[in-house]
Design a protein around this ligand. Structure first.
Ligand code: GLC
Length: 800
């Protein structure tokens, strides 16, 4: 029996003393007397990979998580030894490997402080039942050390004191602390002494993390097979740890089309066509912006993927076109289960080509999902992925579908123990044949990848859009995601907030929840509060199971409709701001949402905060998470923050009360920020942007902001056709200076900026643009607050 514990089992085995050491460029290997080999690879000055084998022979080095685009290279590498240790020194780290037992201790190269050290270090249990080992690692936890990350765990931000399992699981109506759920992202970030490091345990077997739960001062992780194979990533800034992890496991392969950042409406299910049209027409009638409408499983013929119900959707191509003419992109669901039916071409083809998963002794993996008994493609086979990708040709190229939503890809199987494939199912694993024990956690990821390949091929020259429910580390390269089947309760609103922050901290920023809750029905107040949070999530979609009543913005009466419209409008105005944040994420791996600890790890007050977060770089938001509230207390990070609604300036560093009636929510803007805004549009591209609004928040001191734009879709931006504006604001008592540096070859449609000045402490009497004094009447100066200037300026002086 394999115990779900790191230590209790007495059969633990340990490495003995080192008898051989070899260095091959950046790969250092240490062999022990009892045949264990530790290979330390120096990938970067701040990134070390630790890999252990107990047999002396390593497995084929293959990972679905690590991207070939990951940065490599270091400035310094030196290995020395003293009596007790081998000592690896890079520009950022010093790592001791104990000659006695392979235990490692890692220090900051600059100040020599201890960052992370093994307790027992690597140990293992042999598994007679499955072969191979249960591989384990334990590390000392320091006083005051905190832990974050791990994907979609529905718990408070700080993971200390808890144990988790990584095994991708269909979790209808999960709740707080339910574990595991849909995603397996075995990456955490730790923080102590104001320094942060991360551990990515790249092992796809069922794995566990224990943060001082089993033993008070010990953090451990282990997996039911595979290798002890982990990456140590040093900051010391937490944002660098997350950026480096994202670099390792991949940033999104392309920017999302701008419309994908608009509002999406979904339900299980909108059908027939007339119902879909009613919904979309209502959005336009009520002037609630919306870019995407979803078709859930009922659009298909008997839940057969890649088919359309003739009864409900007799002419999908026409419908999709009509929706597109009205600004709606049609997104359809595609599940992995392929109905067993010899009259169904996808099934026949999969069978003929031998693309379905099989049990160990040969029979097909048969399981029940929506269509009844199904077989399941083995997406871990590259040939199967290629085949699958080609199935999207008709949907995308011919019918005009703009996005695909992959669901049930844990894989979920109904009415069976474990709700998934049994362990013996065989997978190709890209030429490394294995059982489901190893492939389970990546099955959904590989399905989303194959779907992405198809969407990319057939959407070209437009950008692909995919959504997935299941994910393993690295899935963010291909797709967006949502948090699965949540429930319409206040606690789930809080959970959605935590999960979105946590996913962003785990390298996966394109994330959102089913707004309003999937199961059960919210009342109007809960729905409105959830929309308020949802417009600050990178993926913004209302979805519900539909059997509990309607969940459209107008389903709860006009007061709620007005609140919902108001917040969706804010999202549309902020699109250039969100797009810029996305660009920072896609370019540098900077999370779009930042938990306060990620934003300012040096302020210990942030280490246990949950509700407040930074949206992009400059906006602080905090949802109202309980009924009947007229406001709430929240923590303000250090610095000064303008109230978004009334420009009142708040000094950070403490908890304070903020008013927020139902039509409001605590939103603050960092002093010195320049926030770009578009006019309200009913969908992206409805209007030509003929003026960019810049909300300028005065600060006495300096602050920089960026605005990234491109054609909003397509690939020209990769060839340099983007527009990046770097703004430097510098405020003095009687002068505000804004410098602009522009790069990229994209020419925006607008010619002017409308500056809205917030908190300016003086009355404007003189304005100079690039050293020329401009008569104030030429700038459409309105009161002391707004002025219109050419977008081409380099330096603007606003003077008293
Ligand atoms: C699953 C999905 C949900 C979807 C339903 C029907 O429960 O998580 O979003 O609506 O299946 O396809």
């Amino acid at each position: 029996m394999i115990l779900n514990t790191e230590l209790e089992y007495k059969g633990n085995l340990f490495p003995s003393k080192i008898i051989a050491y070899k260095k091959n460029l950046n790969v250092l290997s240490f062999t022990t007397e009892n045949g264990v080999v530790l290979e330390v690879t120096v990938r970067r000055d701040s990134v070390l990979r630790f890999r252990y084998t107990t047999t002396g022979i390593f497995e084929n080095d293959f990972s679905y998580a690590i991207t070939k685009y990951a940065s490599r290279g270091y400035n310094h590498l030196e290995v020395t030894e003293d009596e007790n240790n081998y000592i690896i020194t890079t520009a950022k780290l010093i790592c001791h490997i104990s000659k006695l037992d392979l235990r490692s201790s890692i220090y900051d190269a600059k100040d020599k402080s201890l960052i992370c050290e093994d307790e027992l270090g690597f140990h293992w249990e042999e598994s007679y039942e499955f072969g191979g080992d249960v591989v384990k690692m334990s590390k000392t936890s320091h006083a005051g050390e905190s832990y974050y990350g791990l994907g979609d765990k529905p718990v408070d931000n700080n993971l200390k004191g808890k144990r988790f399992e990584n095994w991708v699981t269909d979790s209808y109506a999960y709740g707080r602390e339910t574990d595991p759920i849909y995603k397996a992202i075995p990456f955490y970030t730790a923080l102590h002494n104001k320094k942060s490091y991360g551990i990515f345990f790249d092992n796809t077997f069922r794995s566990f993390f224990d943060f001082c739960s089993e033993r008070r001062n010990i953090t451990s992780f282990w997996a039911h097979g595979g290798e002890m194979n982990y990456y140590f990533i040093y900051g010391p800034e937490m944002s660098d740890v997350v950026a480096n992890y994202t670099d390792l496991t991949g940033k999104p392969h392309e920017m999302p089309a701008l419309w994908t950042l608009g509002y999406h409406q979904c339900k299980w299910s909108y059908y027939p066509e007339s119902n879909v049209k009613e919904i979309t027409a209502k959005f336009r009638e009520l002037e609630i912006p919306c870019d995407a409408i979803y078709l859930d499983i009922d659009y298909m013929e008997g839940f057969r993927c890649f088919t359309w119900s003739k009864e409900y959707f007799p002419d999908p191509k026409r419908m999709v076109k009509e929706l597109a003419d009205d600004g709606f992109k049609t997104i359809v669901i595609i599940d992995p289960g392929i109905k067993i039916d010899m009259d169904y071409s996808v099934f026949r083809e999969g069978l003929e080509k031998d693309y379905f998963c099989k049990r160990a002794d040969g029979p097909y993996m048969k399981g029940k999902v929506w269509p009844g008994e199904c077989y399941f493609p083995d997406y871990t086979n590259p040939e199967v992925r290629e085949w699958w990708s080609n199935l999207f040709q008709e949907l995308v190229e011919d019918i005009g579908v703009k996005g695909v939503w992959n669901d049930m890809n844990e894989p979920a199987v109904m009415d069976v123990p474990g709700k998934t494939f049994p362990n013996d199912v065989r997978h190709d694993y890209d030429g490394n044949p294995c059982s489901h024990r190893k492939a389970h956690n990546v099955y959904g990821m590989q399905m989303a990848r194959a779907t992405y390949q198809g969407l990319k091929k057939f959407s070209y020259p437009k950008r692909p859009f995919v959504i997935t429910r299941a994910a393993y580390s690295g899935t963010q390269r291909y797709t967006s995601s949502w948090t699965g089947d949540n429930v319409a309760t206040w606690d789930h609103l809080t959970i959605a907030n935590l999960q979105a922050q946590r996913m962003c901290m785990s390298g996966f920023s394109f994330i959102g929840s089913d707004i309003g809750g999937f199961a059960e029905q919210p009342n109007g107040e809960l729905y409105a509060r959830w929309i308020q949070l949802g417009v600050f999530h990178p993926f913004c979609r209302t979805h519900s199971s539909g059997d509990h009543g309607d969940q459209e913005p107008w389903a709860f009466g006009t007061t709620i409709t007005d609140v919902v419209r108001k917040f969706i409008e804010i999202r549309y105005q902020l699109l250039p701001y969100l797009y810029t944040a996305f660009w920072r994420y896609a370019e540098e791996g900077i999370p779009i949402l930042k938990s306060l600890v990620l934003y300012d790890q040096h302020d210990p007050q942030t280490h246990y905060r949950n509700d407040e977060f930074i949206f992009g770089e400059k906006i602080l938001a905090c949802p109202i998470t309980a009924p009947n509230q007229k406001g709430r207390r929240m923590y303000f990070p250090l610095g000064k923050w303008y109230n978004f609604w009334n420009d009142e300036l708040v000094k950070g560093g403490s908890e304070q009360w903020v008013d927020a009636d139902l039509d409001s929510m605590p939103i603050f803007v960092k002093e010195g920020a320049i926030i770009p805004k578009y006019p309200i549009q009913q969908y992206v591209g409805e209007k030509t942007i003929d003026e960019l609004i810049l909300d300028v928040y005065y600060k006495e001191g300096k602050e920089s902001s960026q605005v990234y734009e491109d054609a909003t879709d397509g690939y020209d931006y990769i060839k340099g056709r983007y527009s990046l504006r770097d703004f430097k604001l510098s405020g003095k008592k009687n002068e505000l200076i804004i410098q602009q540096h522009k790069s990229g070859k994209f020419v925006t449609t607008y010619k002017t900026f409308k500056l809205k000045l917030h908190g300016l402490p003086f009355k404007i009497s003189k304005i100079e643009i690039d050293n020329v004094i401009i008569p104030l009447e030429k700038l459409k100066l309105n009161g002391n607050n707004t002025l219109t200037i050419t977008k081409e300026f380099s330096e603007l002086h606003i003077m008293a």
